[in-house]
Design a protein. Structure first.
Length: 285
């Protein structure tokens, strides 16, 4: 980890580690800065330290002098920031985070929920966020659907009881954009994808309708097309309700979409943009 005041450098994937691919998250909306926030505590530093504290960081760390020890976690650190030169003008980007996700075990999803939670904790250290949209690049190509055991074909389903205690009034209409870039696999699989979502025994996301979208309907991500499989030519938008507007619920839905898409044969990174359809309620992000 760079010392305070030294520019952060992109992380390196530890040798010998199996990785799923790059995960990227971008938060959009409004950030009301804390008056006490020190600009020297940048997004990279804060995200790194939160990842390390929660046991989510993958790589080699040192806690005393030059005595390193091996740490196995959910991701290796790449980069993070409050602003990005490739962000769409007027989109309201408030923070972004990039990691190299470790390959998940056969009965575990990609770690989207902890990734978004760590990103939100980091953002909240700089100010009070009011999110209108969350955009995530998910390395679906790093998932092996054939390795899933029967009890965890969609691993995130095992955690639905976490959302059972959500207040009924917390349910939030959302639009879920799913784009496979140059690969036409998502529009081709959308009927099977929505059918699969509809048959899962869950109430975290209530699916209502969908439609195929064009490139003009996509919020441009804050990275170059060569970074993934762009440009975002082939996409769909799902409409429905989330149990609550939170990083937990957004991350859970993204995990389910990723595993469902992998099961249907999608092998492209997916750009998922989940947009809140109503103004923020007090007490929620």
């Amino acid at each position: 980890m760079p010392e305070r005041g030294v520019p952060a450098q992109p992380g390196v994937v530890p040798a010998g580690r199996r990785t799923a691919g790059t995960m990227f998250a971008a938060f959009y909306g409004e950030l009301v800065p804390h008056p006490w926030h020190d600009p020297e505590h940048d997004a990279y530093q804060l995200f790194y330290q939160r990842s390390l504290a929660m046991g989510w960081l993958d790589g080699t760390a040192a806690v005393r002098g030059d005595d390193p020890f091996d740490v196995s976690g959910l991701w290796a650190m790449n980069d993070a920031g409050w602003n990005h030169p490739l962000a769409a003008p007027g989109a309201g980007l408030i923070s972004w985070f990039q990691v190299e996700a470790s390959a998940p075990a056969g009965d575990r999803p990609l770690p989207v929920q902890p990734f978004l939670r760590c990103a939100m904790d980091t953002t909240a250290r700089a100010g009070t966020p009011h999110l209108s949209a969350i955009q995530i690049l998910i390395p679906v190509q790093g998932l092996d659907a054939s390795a899933r055991p029967p009890y965890a074909a969609v691993p995130s389903i095992l955690t639905i009881d976490w959302f059972a205690e959500c207040a009924p009034e917390a349910r939030t209409p959302v639009e879920v954009g799913i784009n496979s870039g140059q690969d036409p696999s998502i529009p081709a699989a959308v009927e099977r994808l929505t059918d699969r979502l509809g048959h899962l025994d869950q109430d975290v996301f209530g699916y209502r309708s969908h439609e195929v979208t064009s490139r003009d309907d996509v919020l441009p991500p804050p990275f170059d097309d060569s970074f993934w499989n762009g440009p975002p030519l082939h996409g769909v938008v799902l409409r429905g309700e989330l149990a609550e507007w939170s990083c937990d619920a957004v991350g859970w839905l993204a995990e389910v979409i990723a595993d469902s898409a992998a099961h249907l044969g999608v092998r492209s990174p997916l750009l998922i943009t989940i947009t809140r359809a109503l103004p923020p309620r007090a007490g929620l992000i």
